[in-house]
Design a protein around this ligand. Structure first.
Ligand code: URA
Length: 453
């Protein structure tokens, strides 16, 4: 077999066999097939797409490139949530302790900010002392005790995705439904969760810019997950405007604590509860999402999720007491503001422009090796639908340096549009997409020729 023949077959719209996909991916991981051939193949997939069989084969082959997490001996059920990425998207830190308080284990392996989207690991590491590089033994111990543990991916888990994602990022091939599906699901299956809730975002701040593409991605994730024996529920959710009132690493952790105290912004609280409700259903603790929601609300009111989150800070190396004292004060000294240019109503705050400004402030990174600032970010005092007079404060802004602040302020001013009337309400959750009954043949255990970590 030759890589060039596989590339040309896909380029002309052919359906690749599992053997052809395996040849390409394992050859790439082994260093036998170069970046330029794999990026040509990824571009062919971008334009030609993949059938559901090809997508499932790609996911499986990527999973088999590494090891799977060993959760044996820990009492489940194991249910995780994954978001396709957004701005101000911090629900993981709220729902993990909620579902853990209800007896569901959430083995969470997260990523870092890349491009305009934020990363859970960077947010957590903004808490002084908090470690996200847990050993396997530590991860297992914390998961068993606290009900959730939050760590980065190990080198052994899905090495094919680490290579392929970095290549896609620089070759214009990220926004491909089969490639996103295989990337997300190979990691999530390797992580050992029995079931998954996926927050599939659409809008300017998401990879999928409209609801139609978002729904196609959600369907691909749910169907491919089912073919791999995983129960998945996907929610199609709006990412045209940042979620919540904070964008930034420490700022977002603070906002999660507000939610866990029952004082969070309405959109963030609502989405976190709806996602958690689906996790509770998949974990077998509620018969439907309405009951799941009630259970999650009761849990939140009990205060137990907040205590679990603070316990987790201690378990992962931070100090919850000093963390709580830093709320409202741990901010960069380099500060700016965005004030209303016009009177009337804010019609839109463009999530993509805010995310890009966040990178300039130091919240995110342009390249994997860039460092992020814990104390940079944006606090919204008004969002779309808000009435403003010229000069009203819309955002407080903190930056890692003066140059970044100046660039970001231009982008942030530009992100706000005004009008004489408020905009129509966008629906935060457009729809829920679920897997049907799972095919019997697919109930195999996550497997990997490389074993477990
Ligand atoms: N998140 C992932 O893990 N992979 C993608 O391809 C896109 C979002």
């Amino acid at each position: 077999m030759r890589a060039v023949d596989v590339i040309m077959k896909k380029r002309s719209g052919g359906e690749l066999t599992r053997e052809e996909i395996q040849f390409l991916i394992s050859g790439y991981v082994a260093g036998a097939i170069p970046d330029y051939q794999v990026s040509a193949w990824a571009m062919a997939v971008f334009f030609r797409g993949m059938t559901s069989q090809e997508t499932a084969a790609l996911t499986d082959v990527m999973l088999e490139s590494g090891k799977v997490m060993d959760l044996s001996g820990i009492k489940g059920p194991f249910v995780d949530k994954h978001s396709t990425g957004g701005v101000g998207d911090k629900t993981s830190l709220i729902l993990a302790p909620i579902v853990a308080s209800l007896g569901i284990k959430d083995p969470m392996m997260s990523g870092r900010a890349l491009g305009h989207t934020g990363g859970t690991l960077d947010k957590l590491e903004a808490i002084p002392g908090y470690r996200t590089n847990l050993s396997q033994a530590e991860f297992r111990e914390i998961l068993a005790r606290d009900g959730f543990a939050m760590t980065g991916q190990t080198k052994e888990i899905v090495p094919a995705d680490r290579l392929l994602y970095a290549l896609r990022d620089v070759s214009g091939t990220v926004e491909s439904i089969p490639l996103i599906t295989a990337s997300i699901l190979s990691k999530k299956v390797a992580e050992g969760a029995d079931a998954l809730v996926l927050d599939v975002k659409y809008g300017s701040g998401a990879f999928m810019k409209d609801a139609k593409d978002g729904e196609a991605l959600a369907r691909s994730l749910v169907d491919t997950g089912a073919a791999m024996g995983k129960r998945i529920t996907a929610l199609l959710t709006d990412m045209d405007e940042p979620l919540g009132n904070m964008v930034g690493n420490f700022l977002e952790v603070e906002e999660c604590i507000d939610c866990l105290e029952g004082k969070g912004p309405q959109d963030l609280t609502e989405l976190s509860l709806e996602l958690a409700a689906r996790m509770v259903v998949l974990g077998g603790k509620a018969k439907d999402s309405a009951r799941g929601r009630e259970i999650c609300e009761e849990a939140l009111e009990s205060g137990k999720p907040l205590r679990l989150f603070l316990d987790n800070i201690r378990s992962q190396g931070g100090d919850p007491e000093s963390f709580l004292k830093m709320r409202g004060v741990y901010r960069s000294e380099i500060k700016g503001e965005v004030r209303a240019r016009e009177g009337g109503f804010i019609r839109r705050i463009d999530a993509l422009k805010v995310g890009n400004a966040g990178v300039q402030l130091g919240v995110g990174r342009n390249q994997t090796q860039d460092t992020v600032s814990p104390t940079a970010g944006i606090q919204f005092h008004k969002k779309s639908g808000g009435a403003v007079k010229p000069g009203d404060l819309i955002m407080s802004v903190w930056a890692k340096d003066e140059a970044g602040l100046a660039q970001a302020l231009n982008g942030l001013e530009d992100a706000v549009s005004y009008g004489a009337a408020p905009p129509e309400n966008r629906r935060l959750i457009l729809k829920s997409i679920e897997s049907g009954a799972l095919p019997k043949v697919s109930s195999r255990k996550p497997r990997s020729p490389q074993g477990t970590v």
